[in-house]
Write a new protein. Structure first.
Length: 430
């Protein structure tokens, strides 16, 4: 007779309830493939009395989730609460210390406390699984840890946030402005009611910290990541980018340069024929560049109950098969800290849109600022708006240092002809 493995689910919102349904539906299939029977013994939620479509027997409800870590009839705890502090943090640490396997979708928790949690898991010989924390249903974490185990990874980059990708591609296709498309994303369920962590790039940055650690066998970086969101991208930028042969995407990029780590999340102009330029809607896509495999691409839906549940069940099956693994692919003792690459020495070309007063001498004044900051101009478009005596100057630069761009922007803002802070977007060769 197959062994029954008792599960506790903590957090029973959209993700938790959908996962429960999928797990119950696939219980026989999972049992056949793993030799173990997964059984949901307990469920805990902030509001037990909330009306739900699923009927849960009263015997399964646990009011205080922290008690689950001490219960002998619990083998695996699913943490689906979210957030890097509070109950989620207390529960996961307590569960691992009490030799319970933990499966989580919590990117914020893993990005902040992943190293400490991994140490506790290893010490107690239990699994800490978190595939659902990055890129939803795309098996990116397992691919790096297992499928690409023989490869030396040099760079990992891609689209890690479906909300921002939907917004940018919808702006281009519908010709609607940023705020209108954000409202549409909320109505369709592609954006939270308050999507600030998606829009400002923080969601992608947390995911990138996790991927960097696994890809490069290093401790999770505590360095400040260059993080910029899409709040200042407007239709004008999208159309100019298209005219110049580019698309705008929010990219997450992590690479080793001169044995130092550089991590960045920001909008990029990328060639419209490149693979990532054609990833639209809520899709995510990640490119892993390594030796000897070369470039590998993983693509799929990055968020939502379905993709997240797929990743959670993948982690569950790994535990049921009895695979006690190092959470980050190698033991904590072999994961070292890595120095931060000086971002001011990052080298790239860029796009700038400068709104100016339409007066004689403006263009020469602007180009002089570029020359003074040792930045050469590759392309320049000037569009006057005679009715309101304004003009847009669009410039594509040759490659230059990040620190020179910072100085350039400061000098442009101070220029008497410049109406507002210029839009600055880096160009990425991918």
């Amino acid at each position: 007779m197959r062994e029954r493995i008792n599960i506790a689910i903590v957090g029973f919102g959209n993700i938790g309830s959908y996962f429960y349904k999928i797990l119950e539906k696939n219980k026989v299939n999972i049992s056949t493939k793993t030799g173990k029977i997964p059984f949901v013994k307990y469920i805990s939620a902030r509001n037990i009395n909330k009306k739900r479509q699923i009927k849960i027997p009263n015997s399964k409800w646990i009011k205080n989730p922290l008690k689950l870590s001490l219960m002998n009839d619990v083998d695996i705890i699913f943490e689906l609460i979210g957030g890097s502090e509070g109950i989620a943090k207390k529960l996961v640490f307590a569960a691992l210390r009490n030799k319970k396997h933990v499966i989580t979708a919590n990117k914020a928790l893993m990005a902040k406390y992943g190293d400490q949690l991994a140490h506790v898991a290893e010490k107690n010989k239990v699994n800490l699984e978190y595939e659902a924390s990055v890129a939803g249903g795309i098996p990116i974490i397992r691919s790096i840890k297992d499928g690409l185990i023989a490869n030396k990874i040099n760079k990992i980059y891609g689209i890690l946030n479906g909300t921002t990708n939907f917004i940018l591609s919808s702006m281009e296709n519908s010709r609607k402005n940023f705020s209108d498309v954000v409202d549409k994303a909320k109505k369709l369920g592609f954006a939270e009611s308050n999507p600030v962590s998606d829009l400002n790039g923080n969601d992608s940055a947390a995911k990138l910290r996790i991927l960097s650690s696994i890809a490069f066998n290093k401790m999770i970086s505590k360095n400040k990541i260059l993080t910029e969101g899409i709040q200042n991208i407007n239709l004008t930028d999208i159309f100019y980018a298209k005219e110049l042969g580019y698309k705008i995407k929010l990219l997450s990029i992590s690479e080793i340069k001169k044995k130092k780590l550089i991590e960045r999340v920001h909008p990029c102009l990328i060639p419209n024929k490149s693979y990532l330029a054609n990833i639209n809607g809520v899709l995510n896509a990640i490119v892993i560049d390594g030796l000897p495999v070369g470039k590998s691409v993983l693509q799929g839906e990055g968020a939502g109950p379905g993709p997240t549940s797929s990743a959670l069940i993948s982690d569950l099956c790994s535990v049921l098969k009895g695979n006690i693994q190092y959470p980050f692919g190698v033991t904590a003792s072999l994961r070292k800290k890595i120095e931060k690459f000086d971002i001011s020495k990052h080298f790239c070309s860029s796009y700038l849109r400068i709104e100016v007063k339409d007066l004689p001498g403006v263009l020469s004044s602007i180009t002089k600022i570029f020359a003074n900051n040792k930045i050469s101009i590759k392309n320049l478009i000037q569009n006057p708006y005679k009715k309101n005596k304004k003009a847009s100057i669009i410039i594509i630069t040759h490659e230059n240092l990040e620190k020179n761009y910072n100085n350039l922007l400061l000098n442009l803002i101070r220029n008497k002809f410049v109406i507002k802070k210029p839009t600055f977007i880096r160009i990425e060769k991918i």
